[in-house]
Design a protein. Structure first.
Ligand code: URA
Ligand code: SF4
Length: 217
């Protein structure tokens, strides 16, 4: 894998606290300039399950923690419904800084999808987190995470719920099963009458991912 631009900021360490401290000074792409802070992953040190979102949103950028805003609340409900304890998981994002545009009037910050350059630039942090946590299962929430970890052209609608592996080029030292499902925000953005079904499908995918790590390879 062509080394992302965060590479020179990533210490040679599997200690999550050291990684997080170093990430707070990352300038591997331009996103650090406008955002408030690096939002590093958070959760259990040796978690069985790692959840990977896209990038922090407005509330995450203010709080410094992943998935604490509206998408995080929906994710929490889905984890509850799937009988997964969030405190037993490690939760992070493919990109660690919030990318946004300002609303034309007012100060509201509107989420902007990270580009391939930013996803690639930030990947070394994600790789370091996977090496540090050594999860049995990684669940990609949405296409950004899946394209960062499974395949560059991955399509969630076509391949959600299937069991994959990390791209070998990432050079990760462990070999977790990797699943992809929809991003919680896509459910919030979807039509009201489709939400219940979309939510149930997310819960099904989360359950299937957890079952896989209990069954033989
Ligand atoms: N969306 C994400 O992908 N990650 C977060 O942390 C919050 C919203
Ligand atoms: Fe570094 Fe990632 Fe932030 Fe870019 S988004 S500055 S690569 S931590």
């Amino acid at each position: 894998m062509d080394d992302g631009d965060a590479d020179k900021f990533v210490p040679d360490s599997r200690d999550l606290r050291r990684l997080k401290a170093a990430a707070s000074n990352c300038r591997g792409c331009g996103l650090y300039r406008e955002a408030n802070q690096t939002v590093f992953g958070n959760g259990k040190k040796a978690a069985t399950l790692m959840l990977v979102g896209e990038q922090p949103g407005d509330q995450e950028d203010n709080a410094g923690k992943p998935f604490v805003g509206p998408a995080g609340k929906l994710l929490q409900r889905a984890l509850d419904a799937a009988d997964i304890d969030r405190s037993e998981a490690y939760v992070t994002n493919a990109v660690k800084h919030f990318k946004f545009v300002r609303a034309e009037r007012g100060t509201r910050r509107i989420h902007k999808k990270p580009g391939r350059g930013e996803i690639d630039a930030c990947r070394p942090w994600l790789v370091a987190e996977i090496d540090a946590v050594e999860p049995d299962v990684v669940v990609c929430l949405g296409a950004t995470a899946a394209q960062s970890l499974i395949a560059r052209d991955f399509r969630v609608t076509a391949h959600r719920g299937e069991r994959h592996h990390l791209m070998p080029e990432l050079g990760v030292h462990c070999d977790p099963f990797v699943f992809a499902t929809v991003h919680p925000s896509s459910i919030l953005r979807g039509a009201r009458d489709e939400r219940e079904r979309a939510f149930a499908d997310l819960v099904t995918d989360l359950r299937a991912a957890m079952v896989s790590c209990q069954s033989p390879r």
